[in-house]
Design a protein around this ligand. Structure first.
Ligand code: B12
Length: 208
């Protein structure tokens, strides 16, 4: 089944082949939702599972995410008409003072692959900029990344100003030094140790 070729190409990191495979399916009239859900997202779910089991590591996860993104580019213009409604909007960024973005990018890619609309503010993002972007884009979720212990307080500041502003937007945090205990302490709505976990978290917080 050709959609399975797409699924397999993502799992096998065939980033040079994926665009052609997806285009061929589109040309053959295959349902775009099936290409997305059974092929691209299905494969990323499997990658997340393999990562969770310790059978696949961060570099492989990045390669799979990049392959998935290349496939997603082909069907992106068609998604509006497909039966694949967006899951919600996530404003994501690395917090003020912090330039590490590999993990943040991976989380953004996985969330995009899971059907969320991503507003990526990049690195060194002020708490107020998260709040402004969440308002402007009517985001359901703010996702903050920090890799330095010295930049973690910027997360607390952001949680505080978003809650004070009375927004419905939920806040999730992550990054190597961040823990569930820290998330609880600063009153964040969720934490995950890795990108597949960020997808599960976002799906739980923003039900379809
Ligand atoms: C690569 C790297 C750099 C690169 C960053 C390149 C880039 N474009 O990102 C460069 C060389 C620029 C760099 C610079 C610095 N770095 Co550096 N860096 C690293 C290193 C080696 C890897 C980080 C990484 O990318 N990991 C791979 C990704 C995939 O993992 P991750 O980010 O943790 O993300 C995963 C999860 O945490 C989670 N996640 C991440 N974000 C989010 C967000 C949400 C919402 C959720 C749910 C989940 C989630 O999902 C991701 C995927 O599974 C780490 C060491 C380490 N092992 O962490 C040091 C490290 C983070 N760096 C460190 C330091 C000290 C610095 C510098 C201060 C060095 C210096 N003296 O100049 C500067 C700081 C610059 C700045 N202002 O940010 C220290 C931090 C110490 C501390 N506890 O604060 C570390 C731990 C190294 C060390 N052992 O000392 N660094």
């Amino acid at each position: 089944m050709p959609v399975q070729d797409i699924y397999k190409a993502v799992i096998d990191f065939k980033d040079s082949e994926i665009a052609n495979l997806v285009q061929a399916e589109v040309d053959a009239g295959t349902d775009v939702s099936s290409i997305l859900n059974d092929g691209l997202i299905g494969a990323m779910d499997e990658v997340g599972k393999l990562f969770g089991e310790g059978r696949l590591f961060v570099p492989e996860m990045l390669m799979a995410a990049q392959t998935m993104k290349a496939g997603l580019e082909i069907i992106r213009p068609l998604l509006g008409g497909a039966d694949a409604k967006p899951r919600g909007t996530v404003v994501i960024g690395t917090v003020k003072g912090d330039l590490h973005d590999i993990g943040k990018n991976l989380v953004a890619m996985m969330l995009e692959g899971a059907g969320f609309t991503i507003v990526d503010l990049g690195v060194d993002v002020e708490p107020q900029a998260f709040l402004d972007a969440a308002k402007e884009n009517e985001a359901q979720l703010i996702a903050m990344s920090a890799l330095l212990t010295t930049t973690m307080p910027a997360m607390e500041e952001c949680v505080k100003i978003v809650k004070e502003a009375g927004l419905d937007t939920k806040l999730v945090i992550g990054g190597a030094p961040v823990t569930q205990a820290y998330a609880d302490k600063i009153n964040a709505d969720g934490y995950s140790a890795d990108a597949p976990g960020a997808v599960s978290l976002a799906r739980k917080i923003v039900p379809s």
